[in-house]
Design a protein around this ligand. Structure first.
Ligand SMILES: NC(=O)c1ccc[n+]([C@@H]2O[C@H](COP(=O)([O-])OP(=O)(O)OC[C@H]3O[C@@H](n4cnc5c(N)ncnc54)[C@H](O)[C@@H]3O)[C@@H](O)[C@H]2O)c1
Ligand SMILES: O=C(O)[C@H](O)COP(=O)(O)O
Length: 533
Protein backbone atom coordinates (compact mmCIF):
# COMPACT_ATOMS: atom_id res chain seq x y z
CA UNK A 1 0.00 0.00 0.00
CA UNK A 2 1.20 3.49 -0.82
CA UNK A 3 2.41 5.74 1.99
CA UNK A 4 0.00 8.67 2.21
CA UNK A 5 1.38 12.16 2.81
CA UNK A 6 -0.65 15.27 3.60
CA UNK A 7 0.84 18.60 2.46
CA UNK A 8 -1.09 21.07 4.62
CA UNK A 9 0.77 24.32 3.84
CA UNK A 10 1.74 25.73 0.45
CA UNK A 11 5.05 24.30 -0.71
CA UNK A 12 6.48 24.53 -4.23
CA UNK A 13 4.73 22.48 -6.91
CA UNK A 14 7.98 20.79 -7.71
CA UNK A 15 8.08 19.45 -4.12
CA UNK A 16 4.55 18.03 -4.33
CA UNK A 17 5.40 16.48 -7.72
CA UNK A 18 8.54 14.88 -6.26
CA UNK A 19 6.39 13.12 -3.69
CA UNK A 20 3.78 11.98 -6.16
CA UNK A 21 6.35 10.78 -8.69
CA UNK A 22 7.41 8.03 -6.30
CA UNK A 23 5.42 4.85 -6.94
CA UNK A 24 5.02 4.15 -3.20
CA UNK A 25 3.90 7.65 -2.17
CA UNK A 26 0.51 9.28 -2.57
CA UNK A 27 0.46 12.97 -1.61
CA UNK A 28 -2.63 15.09 -0.98
CA UNK A 29 -2.24 18.87 -1.18
CA UNK A 30 -4.86 20.29 1.18
CA UNK A 31 -4.00 23.69 2.66
CA UNK A 32 -5.90 26.10 4.90
CA UNK A 33 -7.43 23.37 7.07
CA UNK A 34 -8.93 24.43 10.40
CA UNK A 35 -7.56 22.58 13.47
CA UNK A 36 -10.75 20.50 13.57
CA UNK A 37 -10.50 19.61 9.87
CA UNK A 38 -6.87 18.59 10.28
CA UNK A 39 -7.69 16.41 13.30
CA UNK A 40 -10.51 14.74 11.34
CA UNK A 41 -8.26 13.60 8.48
CA UNK A 42 -4.75 13.26 9.91
CA UNK A 43 -5.33 9.65 10.99
CA UNK A 44 -5.12 8.56 7.32
CA UNK A 45 -1.57 9.80 6.80
CA UNK A 46 1.94 8.50 7.48
CA UNK A 47 3.59 11.78 6.48
CA UNK A 48 2.72 15.44 7.06
CA UNK A 49 4.44 18.35 5.30
CA UNK A 50 4.01 21.84 6.77
CA UNK A 51 5.42 25.34 6.74
CA UNK A 52 4.64 27.58 9.73
CA UNK A 53 0.87 27.98 9.30
CA UNK A 54 -0.18 24.48 10.34
CA UNK A 55 -0.09 24.10 14.10
CA UNK A 56 0.83 20.54 14.95
CA UNK A 57 -0.60 20.45 18.46
CA UNK A 58 -0.78 17.55 20.96
CA UNK A 59 -4.42 17.09 19.85
CA UNK A 60 -3.37 16.73 16.19
CA UNK A 61 -0.66 14.24 17.16
CA UNK A 62 -3.04 12.24 19.34
CA UNK A 63 -5.34 11.84 16.31
CA UNK A 64 -2.43 11.00 13.98
CA UNK A 65 -2.51 7.26 14.56
CA UNK A 66 -0.48 6.33 11.45
CA UNK A 67 1.84 9.34 11.38
CA UNK A 68 5.56 8.53 11.17
CA UNK A 69 7.15 11.76 9.97
CA UNK A 70 6.52 15.51 9.90
CA UNK A 71 8.54 17.47 7.36
CA UNK A 72 8.89 21.22 7.91
CA UNK A 73 9.62 23.12 4.70
CA UNK A 74 11.70 25.72 6.50
CA UNK A 75 13.77 26.13 9.67
CA UNK A 76 11.64 27.04 12.72
CA UNK A 77 9.73 24.10 14.20
CA UNK A 78 8.00 26.05 16.96
CA UNK A 79 4.62 25.32 15.31
CA UNK A 80 5.17 21.61 16.01
CA UNK A 81 4.76 20.26 19.55
CA UNK A 82 8.03 18.36 19.86
CA UNK A 83 7.19 16.75 23.21
CA UNK A 84 4.00 15.29 21.75
CA UNK A 85 5.83 14.21 18.57
CA UNK A 86 8.43 12.37 20.68
CA UNK A 87 5.74 10.80 22.80
CA UNK A 88 3.90 9.52 19.73
CA UNK A 89 7.11 8.41 18.06
CA UNK A 90 6.90 10.81 15.14
CA UNK A 91 10.13 11.99 13.52
CA UNK A 92 10.29 15.76 12.93
CA UNK A 93 12.55 16.97 10.12
CA UNK A 94 13.27 20.49 8.92
CA UNK A 95 15.20 21.87 5.96
CA UNK A 96 17.86 23.94 7.69
CA UNK A 97 19.72 25.39 4.73
CA UNK A 98 17.14 26.07 2.02
CA UNK A 99 16.06 29.55 3.09
CA UNK A 100 19.23 30.88 4.75
CA UNK A 101 20.22 33.36 2.07
CA UNK A 102 16.69 34.62 1.46
CA UNK A 103 16.17 35.26 5.16
CA UNK A 104 19.54 36.94 5.65
CA UNK A 105 18.81 39.19 2.66
CA UNK A 106 15.36 39.97 4.04
CA UNK A 107 16.68 40.83 7.50
CA UNK A 108 19.29 43.05 5.88
CA UNK A 109 16.57 44.71 3.81
CA UNK A 110 14.60 45.42 7.00
CA UNK A 111 17.66 47.03 8.58
CA UNK A 112 18.26 49.23 5.53
CA UNK A 113 14.56 50.05 5.19
CA UNK A 114 14.23 51.10 8.82
CA UNK A 115 17.47 53.11 8.70
CA UNK A 116 16.42 54.94 5.52
CA UNK A 117 12.67 55.24 6.14
CA UNK A 118 11.80 53.37 2.98
CA UNK A 119 8.24 52.47 4.06
CA UNK A 120 7.23 55.93 5.36
CA UNK A 121 8.95 57.57 2.36
CA UNK A 122 7.11 55.29 -0.05
CA UNK A 123 3.79 56.02 1.68
CA UNK A 124 4.41 59.77 1.46
CA UNK A 125 5.00 59.55 -2.31
CA UNK A 126 1.80 57.54 -2.80
CA UNK A 127 -0.10 60.03 -0.65
CA UNK A 128 1.04 62.95 -2.84
CA UNK A 129 3.13 64.32 0.05
CA UNK A 130 6.49 64.27 -1.70
CA UNK A 131 7.95 67.41 -0.14
CA UNK A 132 6.63 66.68 3.34
CA UNK A 133 7.81 63.08 3.07
CA UNK A 134 11.29 64.24 2.01
CA UNK A 135 11.48 66.58 5.01
CA UNK A 136 10.19 64.06 7.56
CA UNK A 137 12.20 61.03 6.57
CA UNK A 138 15.86 61.80 7.03
CA UNK A 139 17.65 58.50 7.74
CA UNK A 140 20.74 57.11 9.45
CA UNK A 141 23.90 55.68 7.80
CA UNK A 142 25.02 52.16 8.67
CA UNK A 143 28.65 52.88 7.76
CA UNK A 144 30.87 52.56 10.85
CA UNK A 145 27.97 51.60 13.14
CA UNK A 146 28.20 48.84 15.75
CA UNK A 147 26.01 45.85 15.00
CA UNK A 148 25.05 43.31 17.69
CA UNK A 149 24.08 39.89 16.35
CA UNK A 150 22.23 37.51 18.64
CA UNK A 151 22.61 34.03 17.14
CA UNK A 152 25.53 33.34 14.79
CA UNK A 153 24.10 30.30 13.02
CA UNK A 154 23.47 30.09 9.31
CA UNK A 155 21.39 33.25 8.89
CA UNK A 156 23.31 35.31 11.45
CA UNK A 157 26.58 34.50 9.68
CA UNK A 158 25.22 35.49 6.26
CA UNK A 159 23.86 38.73 7.73
CA UNK A 160 27.28 39.54 9.17
CA UNK A 161 29.03 39.12 5.79
CA UNK A 162 26.67 41.69 4.32
CA UNK A 163 27.04 44.05 7.28
CA UNK A 164 30.83 43.91 7.00
CA UNK A 165 30.52 44.90 3.35
CA UNK A 166 28.66 47.98 4.64
CA UNK A 167 31.61 48.69 6.96
CA UNK A 168 29.74 47.93 10.18
CA UNK A 169 31.69 46.54 13.17
CA UNK A 170 30.15 43.39 14.53
CA UNK A 171 29.80 41.94 18.01
CA UNK A 172 28.08 38.58 18.36
CA UNK A 173 26.50 36.62 21.17
CA UNK A 174 25.95 32.90 20.61
CA UNK A 175 26.77 30.37 23.34
CA UNK A 176 27.97 27.91 20.69
CA UNK A 177 30.31 30.32 18.88
CA UNK A 178 33.97 29.58 19.57
CA UNK A 179 36.65 32.25 19.74
CA UNK A 180 38.45 30.76 16.73
CA UNK A 181 35.28 30.85 14.62
CA UNK A 182 34.61 34.43 15.80
CA UNK A 183 38.17 35.37 14.76
CA UNK A 184 37.66 33.70 11.39
CA UNK A 185 34.43 35.68 10.87
CA UNK A 186 36.12 38.86 12.15
CA UNK A 187 33.52 39.48 14.82
CA UNK A 188 33.98 40.40 18.44
CA UNK A 189 32.70 37.59 20.68
CA UNK A 190 30.44 38.71 23.54
CA UNK A 191 29.99 36.35 26.45
CA UNK A 192 26.52 37.63 27.38
CA UNK A 193 23.66 39.29 25.50
CA UNK A 194 24.23 42.35 27.70
CA UNK A 195 27.84 42.60 26.57
CA UNK A 196 26.74 42.40 22.92
CA UNK A 197 24.07 45.05 23.31
CA UNK A 198 26.07 47.56 25.30
CA UNK A 199 26.92 50.42 22.93
CA UNK A 200 25.30 48.76 19.89
CA UNK A 201 23.61 50.86 17.18
CA UNK A 202 21.66 47.98 15.66
CA UNK A 203 20.66 44.58 17.02
CA UNK A 204 19.58 41.75 14.74
CA UNK A 205 18.16 38.45 16.02
CA UNK A 206 18.85 35.03 14.50
CA UNK A 207 18.01 32.52 17.21
CA UNK A 208 15.19 30.01 17.60
CA UNK A 209 12.37 30.85 20.00
CA UNK A 210 12.94 28.75 23.12
CA UNK A 211 12.39 29.18 26.86
CA UNK A 212 15.91 30.67 26.98
CA UNK A 213 15.46 33.14 24.14
CA UNK A 214 11.87 34.29 24.77
CA UNK A 215 11.99 38.03 25.53
CA UNK A 216 15.78 38.11 25.07
CA UNK A 217 15.39 41.74 23.96
CA UNK A 218 13.73 43.40 26.94
CA UNK A 219 13.57 46.89 28.45
CA UNK A 220 16.86 46.53 30.36
CA UNK A 221 18.77 45.36 27.29
CA UNK A 222 17.29 48.03 25.03
CA UNK A 223 18.53 50.57 27.54
CA UNK A 224 22.10 49.26 27.05
CA UNK A 225 22.04 50.17 23.34
CA UNK A 226 23.12 53.54 22.01
CA UNK A 227 20.54 56.29 21.71
CA UNK A 228 18.97 56.17 18.27
CA UNK A 229 19.56 52.41 17.82
CA UNK A 230 17.48 50.06 15.63
CA UNK A 231 16.03 46.62 16.39
CA UNK A 232 15.74 44.05 13.58
CA UNK A 233 13.87 40.80 14.03
CA UNK A 234 13.52 38.37 11.15
CA UNK A 235 13.67 35.28 13.38
CA UNK A 236 10.65 34.81 15.63
CA UNK A 237 8.10 37.01 17.34
CA UNK A 238 8.42 36.57 21.08
CA UNK A 239 12.19 37.17 21.04
CA UNK A 240 11.52 40.88 21.48
CA UNK A 241 9.31 42.20 24.28
CA UNK A 242 7.05 44.26 22.02
CA UNK A 243 5.68 46.50 24.79
CA UNK A 244 9.23 47.29 25.96
CA UNK A 245 10.27 48.09 22.38
CA UNK A 246 7.33 50.45 21.91
CA UNK A 247 8.12 52.19 25.21
CA UNK A 248 11.81 52.54 24.26
CA UNK A 249 10.87 54.04 20.87
CA UNK A 250 8.33 56.39 22.49
CA UNK A 251 10.99 57.57 24.93
CA UNK A 252 13.29 58.40 22.00
CA UNK A 253 16.06 56.04 23.17
CA UNK A 254 15.48 53.55 20.36
CA UNK A 255 14.88 55.10 16.93
CA UNK A 256 12.84 52.31 15.38
CA UNK A 257 12.65 48.76 14.17
CA UNK A 258 12.42 46.38 11.24
CA UNK A 259 10.19 43.42 12.01
CA UNK A 260 9.20 40.44 9.88
CA UNK A 261 7.74 38.49 12.79
CA UNK A 262 5.38 39.25 15.66
CA UNK A 263 4.49 37.59 18.92
CA UNK A 264 0.98 36.95 17.55
CA UNK A 265 0.68 36.62 13.80
CA UNK A 266 -1.05 38.43 12.29
CA UNK A 267 -0.65 41.28 14.79
CA UNK A 268 -3.90 42.98 15.83
CA UNK A 269 -4.79 46.07 13.79
CA UNK A 270 -4.39 48.20 16.93
CA UNK A 271 -1.01 46.68 17.85
CA UNK A 272 0.92 49.62 19.40
CA UNK A 273 4.00 49.12 17.17
CA UNK A 274 1.91 49.49 14.01
CA UNK A 275 1.26 53.13 14.81
CA UNK A 276 4.96 54.03 14.36
CA UNK A 277 5.66 56.18 11.36
CA UNK A 278 9.45 56.65 11.38
CA UNK A 279 12.48 54.37 11.18
CA UNK A 280 10.13 51.51 10.72
CA UNK A 281 9.70 48.58 8.33
CA UNK A 282 7.21 45.75 8.78
CA UNK A 283 6.68 42.67 6.62
CA UNK A 284 4.23 39.79 7.08
CA UNK A 285 6.71 36.95 7.84
CA UNK A 286 8.27 37.11 4.39
CA UNK A 287 11.83 36.06 5.33
CA UNK A 288 11.69 32.77 3.44
CA UNK A 289 9.24 33.90 0.79
CA UNK A 290 11.36 33.97 -2.33
CA UNK A 291 11.03 31.76 -5.37
CA UNK A 292 14.50 30.35 -4.70
CA UNK A 293 14.00 29.58 -1.01
CA UNK A 294 10.60 28.00 -1.57
CA UNK A 295 11.93 25.83 -4.34
CA UNK A 296 14.86 24.77 -2.15
CA UNK A 297 12.83 23.93 0.94
CA UNK A 298 9.99 22.36 -1.09
CA UNK A 299 12.40 20.01 -2.85
CA UNK A 300 14.37 19.25 0.31
CA UNK A 301 11.35 18.47 2.45
CA UNK A 302 9.76 16.31 -0.25
CA UNK A 303 12.98 14.33 -0.74
CA UNK A 304 13.48 13.86 2.99
CA UNK A 305 9.91 12.71 3.67
CA UNK A 306 9.89 10.50 0.56
CA UNK A 307 13.22 8.85 1.42
CA UNK A 308 12.23 8.27 5.01
CA UNK A 309 8.92 6.63 4.11
CA UNK A 310 10.37 4.65 1.21
CA UNK A 311 13.75 3.59 2.66
CA UNK A 312 13.96 4.64 6.31
CA UNK A 313 16.72 7.17 5.55
CA UNK A 314 16.73 9.94 8.17
CA UNK A 315 17.99 13.43 7.25
CA UNK A 316 17.75 16.66 9.22
CA UNK A 317 15.63 15.16 11.98
CA UNK A 318 15.48 17.29 15.09
CA UNK A 319 14.47 14.40 17.37
CA UNK A 320 16.62 11.58 15.95
CA UNK A 321 20.23 11.08 14.89
CA UNK A 322 20.59 11.39 11.10
CA UNK A 323 21.20 8.27 9.05
CA UNK A 324 21.93 8.60 5.35
CA UNK A 325 21.72 5.69 2.91
CA UNK A 326 25.47 4.88 3.03
CA UNK A 327 25.61 5.06 6.84
CA UNK A 328 22.46 2.98 7.04
CA UNK A 329 23.99 0.28 4.89
CA UNK A 330 27.19 0.26 6.95
CA UNK A 331 25.38 0.16 10.25
CA UNK A 332 22.60 -2.23 9.09
CA UNK A 333 24.09 -5.48 10.50
CA UNK A 334 24.75 -3.78 13.86
CA UNK A 335 21.15 -2.56 13.99
CA UNK A 336 19.95 -6.10 13.20
CA UNK A 337 22.16 -7.45 15.99
CA UNK A 338 21.03 -4.83 18.49
CA UNK A 339 17.35 -5.43 17.63
CA UNK A 340 17.73 -9.17 18.32
CA UNK A 341 19.68 -8.60 21.53
CA UNK A 342 16.96 -6.19 22.74
CA UNK A 343 14.20 -8.71 21.99
CA UNK A 344 16.07 -11.58 23.61
CA UNK A 345 16.79 -9.49 26.68
CA UNK A 346 13.05 -8.94 27.10
CA UNK A 347 12.40 -12.70 26.89
CA UNK A 348 15.20 -13.95 29.11
CA UNK A 349 16.19 -11.03 31.33
CA UNK A 350 15.06 -9.57 34.63
CA UNK A 351 11.59 -8.21 35.24
CA UNK A 352 11.22 -4.50 36.13
CA UNK A 353 14.91 -3.63 35.71
CA UNK A 354 16.32 -0.28 36.88
CA UNK A 355 18.81 0.09 34.07
CA UNK A 356 19.74 -1.15 30.63
CA UNK A 357 23.46 -0.89 30.01
CA UNK A 358 24.81 -1.07 26.49
CA UNK A 359 28.59 -1.39 26.26
CA UNK A 360 30.76 -1.25 23.22
CA UNK A 361 34.08 -3.10 23.06
CA UNK A 362 36.46 -2.50 20.15
CA UNK A 363 36.00 -0.38 17.01
CA UNK A 364 32.22 -0.38 17.62
CA UNK A 365 32.97 2.82 19.43
CA UNK A 366 33.52 4.61 16.12
CA UNK A 367 29.99 3.81 14.90
CA UNK A 368 26.75 5.65 15.60
CA UNK A 369 26.40 4.07 19.02
CA UNK A 370 23.49 6.36 19.98
CA UNK A 371 21.38 4.74 17.27
CA UNK A 372 22.55 1.22 18.18
CA UNK A 373 21.68 1.80 21.87
CA UNK A 374 18.28 3.21 20.93
CA UNK A 375 17.63 0.15 18.79
CA UNK A 376 18.42 -2.19 21.71
CA UNK A 377 16.15 -0.14 23.99
CA UNK A 378 13.31 0.07 21.46
CA UNK A 379 13.27 -3.66 20.82
CA UNK A 380 13.57 -4.45 24.52
CA UNK A 381 10.60 -2.18 25.35
CA UNK A 382 8.57 -3.35 22.36
CA UNK A 383 8.98 -7.00 23.35
CA UNK A 384 8.38 -6.33 27.05
CA UNK A 385 5.29 -4.17 26.66
CA UNK A 386 3.59 -5.72 23.62
CA UNK A 387 1.39 -2.65 23.12
CA UNK A 388 2.79 -1.74 19.71
CA UNK A 389 3.33 1.87 20.75
CA UNK A 390 7.11 1.93 21.13
CA UNK A 391 9.42 3.11 18.38
CA UNK A 392 12.90 4.51 17.99
CA UNK A 393 11.74 8.10 18.58
CA UNK A 394 9.68 7.65 21.72
CA UNK A 395 11.65 4.80 23.35
CA UNK A 396 13.90 7.07 25.53
CA UNK A 397 10.84 8.96 26.82
CA UNK A 398 8.96 5.74 27.59
CA UNK A 399 12.02 4.30 29.37
CA UNK A 400 12.34 7.47 31.46
CA UNK A 401 8.66 7.28 32.41
CA UNK A 402 9.17 3.66 33.51
CA UNK A 403 12.22 4.60 35.58
CA UNK A 404 14.51 2.56 33.30
CA UNK A 405 17.85 4.26 32.82
CA UNK A 406 19.72 3.73 29.55
CA UNK A 407 23.46 3.69 30.23
CA UNK A 408 26.03 3.61 27.43
CA UNK A 409 29.70 2.85 27.85
CA UNK A 410 32.74 2.32 25.69
CA UNK A 411 35.18 -0.26 27.00
CA UNK A 412 38.76 -0.50 25.85
CA UNK A 413 39.58 -3.90 27.42
CA UNK A 414 40.33 -6.58 24.79
CA UNK A 415 37.87 -9.42 24.24
CA UNK A 416 38.35 -12.51 22.12
CA UNK A 417 36.25 -10.76 19.48
CA UNK A 418 37.32 -7.73 17.48
CA UNK A 419 34.03 -6.02 18.42
CA UNK A 420 31.62 -7.03 21.15
CA UNK A 421 28.24 -5.48 21.95
CA UNK A 422 27.17 -6.29 25.50
CA UNK A 423 23.66 -5.50 26.71
CA UNK A 424 22.91 -5.91 30.38
CA UNK A 425 19.82 -5.49 32.55
CA UNK A 426 20.38 -4.34 36.11
CA UNK A 427 18.01 -4.54 39.03
CA UNK A 428 19.62 -3.65 42.34
CA UNK A 429 22.56 -6.07 42.58
CA UNK A 430 21.11 -8.49 40.00
CA UNK A 431 22.54 -8.60 36.49
CA UNK A 432 21.56 -10.36 33.27
CA UNK A 433 23.63 -9.92 30.12
CA UNK A 434 23.83 -10.92 26.50
CA UNK A 435 26.56 -10.26 23.97
CA UNK A 436 26.82 -10.28 20.22
CA UNK A 437 29.36 -9.62 17.53
CA UNK A 438 29.84 -9.61 13.78
CA UNK A 439 31.67 -12.57 12.31
CA UNK A 440 32.57 -11.29 8.85
CA UNK A 441 29.43 -9.32 8.10
CA UNK A 442 27.20 -11.83 9.84
CA UNK A 443 25.75 -10.84 13.24
CA UNK A 444 25.91 -13.59 15.90
CA UNK A 445 24.81 -13.89 19.51
CA UNK A 446 27.85 -15.17 21.40
CA UNK A 447 26.94 -14.98 25.08
CA UNK A 448 23.87 -15.56 27.19
CA UNK A 449 24.35 -14.65 30.83
CA UNK A 450 28.08 -15.46 30.85
CA UNK A 451 27.65 -18.75 28.99
CA UNK A 452 29.31 -18.76 25.58
CA UNK A 453 27.21 -19.80 22.60
CA UNK A 454 27.27 -19.11 18.89
CA UNK A 455 23.92 -18.61 17.33
CA UNK A 456 21.99 -16.81 14.64
CA UNK A 457 20.16 -13.57 15.38
CA UNK A 458 17.03 -14.48 13.42
CA UNK A 459 14.78 -17.50 13.61
CA UNK A 460 12.92 -19.63 16.14
CA UNK A 461 14.82 -20.85 19.16
CA UNK A 462 14.41 -23.10 22.14
CA UNK A 463 16.63 -21.92 24.96
CA UNK A 464 17.08 -24.45 27.73
CA UNK A 465 18.89 -24.13 31.03
CA UNK A 466 19.62 -27.47 32.57
CA UNK A 467 21.73 -29.35 35.09
CA UNK A 468 25.08 -30.26 33.56
CA UNK A 469 24.67 -34.05 33.40
CA UNK A 470 24.30 -36.60 30.62
CA UNK A 471 21.01 -37.32 28.88
CA UNK A 472 19.17 -34.03 29.19
CA UNK A 473 20.02 -32.60 25.75
CA UNK A 474 19.17 -36.00 24.27
CA UNK A 475 15.78 -35.98 26.00
CA UNK A 476 15.05 -32.48 24.66
CA UNK A 477 16.02 -33.63 21.14
CA UNK A 478 13.77 -36.70 21.45
CA UNK A 479 10.84 -34.51 22.58
CA UNK A 480 11.29 -32.24 19.55
CA UNK A 481 11.69 -35.22 17.24
CA UNK A 482 8.51 -36.86 18.56
CA UNK A 483 6.67 -33.62 17.85
CA UNK A 484 8.17 -33.49 14.31
CA UNK A 485 10.09 -30.29 15.03
CA UNK A 486 13.19 -30.07 12.86
CA UNK A 487 16.41 -28.86 14.48
CA UNK A 488 18.37 -26.41 12.30
CA UNK A 489 21.25 -25.70 14.65
CA UNK A 490 22.44 -26.34 18.17
CA UNK A 491 24.81 -24.51 20.47
CA UNK A 492 25.88 -25.80 23.87
CA UNK A 493 27.56 -24.04 26.77
CA UNK A 494 28.23 -25.00 30.35
CA UNK A 495 29.55 -23.71 33.61
CA UNK A 496 31.45 -26.61 35.14
CA UNK A 497 31.90 -25.04 38.56
CA UNK A 498 28.20 -24.24 38.92
CA UNK A 499 27.20 -27.53 37.32
CA UNK A 500 24.72 -26.01 34.92
CA UNK A 501 24.45 -25.77 31.15
CA UNK A 502 22.70 -23.80 28.44
CA UNK A 503 21.45 -25.17 25.15
CA UNK A 504 20.27 -22.96 22.31
CA UNK A 505 18.43 -24.97 19.68
CA UNK A 506 17.37 -23.29 16.45
CA UNK A 507 14.23 -24.92 15.07
CA UNK A 508 12.30 -24.52 11.83
CA UNK A 509 9.05 -23.27 13.33
CA UNK A 510 7.75 -21.53 16.47
CA UNK A 511 7.25 -23.90 19.40
CA UNK A 512 3.72 -24.44 20.70
CA UNK A 513 2.89 -24.04 24.42
CA UNK A 514 2.31 -27.83 24.56
CA UNK A 515 5.81 -28.62 23.30
CA UNK A 516 7.27 -26.06 25.70
CA UNK A 517 5.40 -27.72 28.60
CA UNK A 518 6.91 -31.11 27.63
CA UNK A 519 10.41 -29.61 27.48
CA UNK A 520 10.02 -27.95 30.88
CA UNK A 521 8.83 -31.28 32.37
CA UNK A 522 12.10 -33.06 31.44
CA UNK A 523 13.98 -33.82 34.69
CA UNK A 524 17.04 -31.59 34.99
CA UNK A 525 15.60 -28.77 32.84
CA UNK A 526 15.50 -25.71 35.04
CA UNK A 527 14.25 -23.21 32.44
CA UNK A 528 12.83 -23.55 28.95
CA UNK A 529 12.00 -20.56 26.76
CA UNK A 530 10.73 -20.49 23.19
CA UNK A 531 11.74 -17.35 21.33
CA UNK A 532 11.18 -16.06 17.80
CA UNK A 533 13.60 -13.31 16.81
N1 LIG B 1 11.41 35.15 9.11
C1 LIG B 1 11.51 34.03 8.47
O1 LIG B 1 10.79 33.77 7.53
C2 LIG B 1 12.56 33.04 8.89
C3 LIG B 1 13.15 32.21 7.92
C4 LIG B 1 14.10 31.27 8.34
C5 LIG B 1 14.44 31.18 9.66
N2 LIG B 1 13.83 31.99 10.57
C6 LIG B 1 14.20 31.91 11.98
O2 LIG B 1 15.56 32.25 12.10
C7 LIG B 1 16.15 31.49 13.15
C8 LIG B 1 17.61 31.26 12.83
O3 LIG B 1 17.71 30.40 11.71
P1 LIG B 1 19.12 29.75 11.29
O4 LIG B 1 18.85 29.00 10.03
O5 LIG B 1 20.19 30.74 11.33
O6 LIG B 1 19.29 28.72 12.48
P2 LIG B 1 20.65 28.13 13.03
O7 LIG B 1 20.26 26.95 13.83
O8 LIG B 1 21.64 27.96 11.93
O9 LIG B 1 21.18 29.26 14.02
C9 LIG B 1 20.63 29.52 15.26
C10 LIG B 1 21.77 29.97 16.15
O10 LIG B 1 21.22 30.40 17.39
C11 LIG B 1 22.15 30.07 18.38
N3 LIG B 1 21.50 30.11 19.68
C12 LIG B 1 20.71 29.18 20.26
N4 LIG B 1 20.31 29.61 21.46
C13 LIG B 1 20.87 30.84 21.64
C14 LIG B 1 20.81 31.79 22.68
N5 LIG B 1 20.12 31.55 23.81
N6 LIG B 1 21.48 32.95 22.53
C15 LIG B 1 22.19 33.19 21.40
N7 LIG B 1 22.29 32.30 20.38
C16 LIG B 1 21.62 31.15 20.51
C17 LIG B 1 22.63 28.70 17.97
O11 LIG B 1 23.86 28.37 18.59
C18 LIG B 1 22.75 28.86 16.48
O12 LIG B 1 24.06 29.23 16.11
C19 LIG B 1 15.35 30.20 13.18
O13 LIG B 1 15.14 29.78 14.45
C20 LIG B 1 14.02 30.53 12.53
O14 LIG B 1 13.03 30.53 13.51
C21 LIG B 1 12.91 32.91 10.21
O1 LIG C 1 11.47 29.23 10.12
C1 LIG C 1 11.34 29.45 8.93
O2 LIG C 1 11.84 28.72 8.06
C2 LIG C 1 10.62 30.65 8.50
O3 LIG C 1 9.94 31.24 9.55
C3 LIG C 1 9.79 30.49 7.30
O4 LIG C 1 8.47 30.16 7.62
P1 LIG C 1 7.41 29.94 6.44
O5 LIG C 1 7.78 28.67 5.74
O6 LIG C 1 6.10 29.78 7.10
O7 LIG C 1 7.50 31.11 5.53
Amino acid sequence: MAHRVLVSDPISEIGVALLNDHPDIEADFNTGLSPEELIAIIGDYEGLVVRSQTKVTPEVLAAAKSLKVIGRAGVGVDNIDKEAANQHGVIVMNTPTGNTISTAEHAFTLMLSAARNIAPGHASVLAGEFAAGRKANQGIELNGKRLAVIGMGRIGTEFVKRAQAFNMTVVAFDPYLTQSRADELKVELADTPDAALTGADVVTLHVPLTDDTKGIINAERLALMNKGALVVNCARGGLVDEAALKAAIDSGHIAGCGLDVFENEPPAADHPLLSLNKFVAFTPHLGASTAEAQENVGIQVAEQVRDFLATGEIRNAINMPSLDAAAREAIGPYLDLSASLGKLLAKLGLSNPDALRVSYHGPFAKKDTALISRTVLTNFLESSRCDGQVNIVNAPGIAAQMGLELVESTINAQTEYNELLVVELRKGEERFRLAGTLIGSSPRIVEIDRLYVDTNIRGHFLIVRNDDRPGIVGAVGTTLGNEKVNIANLSLARNKTQGNALTVIEVDEPLSPEIMAQVRAIPGVTLGTGVSL
